[in-house]
Design a protein around this ligand. Structure first.
Ligand SMILES: C[S@@+](CC[C@H](N)C(=O)[O-])C[C@H]1O[C@@H](n2cnc3c(N)ncnc32)[C@H](O)[C@@H]1O
Length: 253
């Protein structure tokens, strides 16, 4: 048997490199096993895969997305909170809806299905280009692509362009469902740019879960908005978690 000291320097270098590579591979395997790292766009892909696999379209899209996302970590509105948004859309029939946060297009499609006026439209703002692409495909599968424009960018960047780029005079319904710490500042941008009218409705998700305390306090103190806070299940299938959806009406200054 050759001892380590009797090996040539080249052999030692090769042996060292091999041991190093093995250690790296082993480390990667351990990291994968224990880091519980989520695949990027897991839920978004799952939804799109299911729609394509089952070949559903039109009105079957929302029920399939509801089934497919049950017990997942998807962060879309969901059906239990969706009924509150449905009611607002049905009652107000806004001509222009602006949504902050498209994700895979669930709430945009849900609202589009309830708009009766063929001229009514939704602008859904989303800064993640992969999500814009997935949401656009979902809207076309649901046959509401003609009603929804997915605007790529942050709410902060897109809201100031709504008047000129999207030819919007004012907004009938704003659905706020994006970065929780930006709810108040982005809502105020609509006001700065003259896009609110008395009667404009603002619906905001996730007031309790994960929570938007700054927005909740702002609406509670506001004399310009009158707000109802609706307590609902976070998901139909999860009776332990609830959330609050805020529905506010702009009364004017
Ligand atoms: C909770 S999801 C939206 C769910 C969607 N409204 C639904 O119910 O189907 C939040 C989305 O907001 C997007 N987002 C994050 N920061 C944003 C910002 N500053 N402006 C607009 N969208 C943002 C995220 O990329 C994500 O897709």
């Amino acid at each position: 048997m050759t001892s380590l000291s009797s090996r040539s320097p080249q052999a030692l270098v090769v042996a060292g490199a091999a041991a190093g590579s093995l250690a790296t591979i082993f480390g990667m395997l351990l990291y994968r096993k224990f880091s519980n790292k989520k695949k990027p766009y897991r839920e978004e892909r799952q939804v799109l895969n299911a729609l394509l696999q089952h070949g559903v379209n039109g009105n079957d899209v929302i029920p399939l997305m509801d089934r497919e996302t049950a017990y997942t970590e998807a962060i879309h509105l969901g059906s239990s909170k969706g009924v509150i948004l449905d009611q607002v859309v049905k009652e107000n029939q806004p001509k222009v809806v602006v949504e902050l946060g498209a994700y895979f297009g669930y709430s945009a499609v849900r609202m589009a299905k309830l708009l009766k006026d063929p001229e009514a439209r939704i602008i859904s703002i989303e800064p993640d280009s992969i999500r814009v692409a997935i949401a656009s495909k979902v809207a076309s599968i649901a046959r509401v692509a003609d009603k929804i424009s997915f605007a790529f960018g942050t709410a902060e960047d897109v809201i100031p362009t709504l008047r000129d780029k999207f030819r919007i005079d004012h907004v009938g319904l704003i659905f706020i469902d994006h970065a929780k710490t930006r709810y108040v500042s982005d809502l105020l941008l609509f006001k700065t740019h003259g896009l609110l009218r008395p009667g404009t409705v603002v619906v905001a998700d996730n007031i309790k879960n994960p929570g938007a305390p700054e927005y909740e306090a702002y609406m509670k103190a506001s004399t310009e908005f009158s707000t109802e806070f609706h307590q609902v299940l976070y998901r139909d299938e999860d009776e332990k978690n609830d959330d609050v959806v805020a529905v506010s009406i702009y009364k004017g200054e």
